[in-house]
Structure formats: structure tokens, C-alpha cells
Design a protein around this ligand. Structure first.
Ligand code: MRU
Length: 345
């Protein structure tokens, strides 16, 4: 079906598809240290909430490899620092913090073992996180496919596919499932300025598998929705608050507003690891702001005047009242969100 492996760990090295270069170049970025991993997440060699989480888990493994000849006390101290550094690589996708927390709990649970054994336990846990993510995506895809009508035209934003996860994808996983179950779907992919994850990555994934699709500039979406050309909108998430407010790629909120005006179902597809059970509303989500060059330049070419001031938030928050449902591996959550999100904790 699909063999894109964005993340692979072997021989004490982490191999990432370099997503900064797709689709023009298909290159592998090799991480040999946790600092390499931190850079890869920060610079978006790897991106997408679940992919960032799994990658960070292997960052912890690489840190353990680096420190495994130290005594226990120094090892534990340095591991704490490495986890903190990795945790800060990007601020919005909670899967990063979720994965680091899970890896730290392995260290805590096994702190009486020798350092070599802790290193082995950490590698095992990172492998589990990666393998589980694919299974979770397939479950979400099955639940999500239930709400996809025959012959549906689906609009999606950013990249939520195999590249953004351990494999298969979240929103794009539902799209894959609908396609392979024979529903004769058609997909419009927003190009997703400024980083063009839709144009560079989603369009590439859709093409790889011959899923019928068209790429559109972000500003085309409202016209398509108004003209009744869209049956369903599927997007991913970077962090979901207890009340269902959802942070996702910048532009998602705008889509949700238009969808609400024209009565088009708007679904978020995300694993429960993307739910931040510690925050009540989207107001508590830290929205990453990225460099002005992402807006002033395209592929290294200036497209705006020199020294222009730029506002470049990477994500926005869609309020729960604009969301028809949240498709998770445990089923589809609908309003009242707080009550129903707590049921799947
Ligand atoms: O900045 P990015 O490319 O990491 O943002 C990715 C998104 O916003 C995705 O929609 C989200 O992480 C869900 S991916 C399965």
C-alpha cells in the first residue's frame, strides 16, 4: 500500500527523510547524537506532531548511548539535561512533551538497573512508540472512514500523512483508508503557506499512491466550500485542549470558520497523545512563531521587500464550536467535548 518511512532507527543511528527538501530531492538526514535530533526537529527536517514525538524518543536513546560509559549519577544528570533540551525543540505539538515524559518514566522506573540496561530499555520503548503510532493511525483511519461518504470530495490542510507520523497518517490516513476501501474520493490539498507542507508533502504523498487530487492555493478553499464542492474537511492536530479547542497548522481556523458558515462537516483526526489533558482551553496553548524568512523568501528567493516586518505564527487554534468531531484511535469524540474527551483519557 505505502512504504514511506519518515523515521527509521538502526545501528545506533536515526535516519530521517529530509522533509525540507521534498519533493525536489529525496535525501536522508542521519542523526548520530541527541543534538542532531534536536536540530532536526527545530529545523523541520522532520515535522508533524506524532513524527516529532517518535523522533524525540530516539533522541533520548541517542543521549543514553552518548552517556552510557558514565557513572549512574552523571548519566542520570546528563539524561535529564538532554530530555530538557529535546523537550524545547518546538513548543506547540504536545506529542513531543508526551514522548519525552514517557521516556523519562522508563529512566525513572529502571534507575536501579545499570546504565547499559537503561539504554536498552530506552531503545525498546522508542521502538514501541514508533510501532504503536502506525497501529493507532490505522485505528483512526478505520473510525474516520465511517464518516466519509461514497464519492466524497475532501479538503485537507498541511501534511498529516506518513511523513508526519510513523506511517499511514492521521487525516491523510483516513483519506488513504477511504481510497483503498473503494469510495472513489477526490482530495483538494491546500498548499499551506508559508512552509508549503501541502504542496510539497501532501501532494507528493497523494501522487505516490495515485489518490485523485488537486493542489490549491490556500485562498481557493473558501470558494470551493461556498460552491458546494467540498463534502468534508479533515485536518490533523498539534495539541487539543480538554474542551476540544485544537491547535493545528496556521490556516486551519480560517477553514473551520468558512466550513461552519456553509455547513460543511469539519473533523480533526488525532491520536490521544495529541490531547493535552492538563489544559482546559486553547488559550493555554503556546503557539510557535517562526522566522520571518519563511514568509519573505520562497526556496531562498526573496519575495518581499528587505527589512519588512513579518508576523509568522506556525499554528492557530480552532475553537471547539467549529469542530464536528475529533477522530481518535478510541473512537470519534463529539460535543460536549470536555465530558467526552475525559471518557477516553
Ligand atoms: O509545522 P508542522 O509541519 O510540524 O505542522 C504540522 C501540522 O500542523 C499537522 O497538521 C499536525 O502536526 C498533525 S500531523 C499528523
Amino acid at each position: 500500500m505505502q512504504g514511506i518511512k519518515a523515521i527509521e532507527f538502526k545501528d545506533d543511528k536515526l535516519f530521517l527523510i529530509d522533509q525540507r527538501k521534498l519533493p525536489v530531492l529525496f535525501e536522508t538526514f542521519i542523526c548520530e547524537s541527541y543534538q542532531d535530533v534536536e536540530f532536526a526537529i527545530r529545523d523541520m527536517v522532520v515535522r508533524g506532531a506524532p513524527a516529532i514525538g517518535a523522533t524525540a524518543a530516539y533522541g533520548v536513546v541517542l543521549a543514553a548511548k552518548e552517556f552510557k560509559n558514565q557513572n549512574k549519577e552523571n548519566f542520570l544528570e546528563n539524561m535529564g539535561k538532554a530530555c530538557d533540551d529535546l523537550n524545547q525543540a518546538r513548543p506547540t505539538a504536545v506529542n513531543l512533551m508526551w514522548a519525552i515524559k514517557r521516556m523519562k518514566s522508563i529512566i525513572e522506573l529502571n534507575k536501579n538497573l545499570d546504565v547499559i540496561e537503561i539504554h536498552q530499555m530506552l531503545e525498546k520503548e522508542a521502538d514501541i512508540i514508533l510501532a504503536e503510532d502506525i497501529e493507532i493511525n490505522k485505528l483512526m483511519a478505520k473510525h474516520g472512514n465511517e464518516i466519509v461518504p461514497q464519492n466524497a470530495t475532501i479538503l485537507t490542510h498541511c501534511n498529516t500523512g506518513a511523513l508526519a507520523t510513523a506511517g499511514y497518517g492521521t487525516a491523510l490516513g483516513v483519506i488513504r483508508e477511504a481510497h483503498y476501501s473503494g469510495k472513489d474520493i477526490f482530495v483538494y490539498a491546500d498548499e499551506t503557506r508559508p512552509r508549503l507542507q501541502g504542496g510539497r508533502l501532501t501532494a507528493w504523498e497523494l501522487k505516490q499512491e495515485n489518490i485523485p487530487s488537486k493542489l490549491i492555493a490556500d485562498s481557493v478553499a473558501a470558494t470551493l466550500i461556498r460552491d458546494k464542492n467540498i463534502d468534508l474537511i479533515l485536518v490533523g492536530a498539534d495539541r487539543i485542549a480538554l474542551n476540544g479547542d485544537t491547535a493545528n497548522k496556521i490556516g486551519t481556523f480560517m477553514l473551520s470558520v468558512v466550513a461552519k458558515v456553509y455547513g460543511v462537516p469539519f473533523y480533526v483526526v488525532a491520536p490521544t497523545s495529541t490531547i493535552d489533558f492538563d489544559i482546559e482551553t486553547g488559550e493555554e496553548i503556546n503557539i510557535e512563531e517562526r522566522s520571518s524568512e519563511e514568509v519573505t523568501h520562497i526556496r531562498g528567493n526573496r519575495v518581499a521587500p528587505e527589512n519588512v516586518e513579518v508576523f509568522n505564527p506556525a499554528f492557530d487554534v480552532t475553537p471547539n464550536e467549529n469542530i464536528t468531531g475529533i477522530i481518535t484511535e478510541k473512537g470519534i469524540v463529539r460535543a460536549p467535548f470536555r465530558e467526552n474527551i475525559l471518557k477516553i483519557k
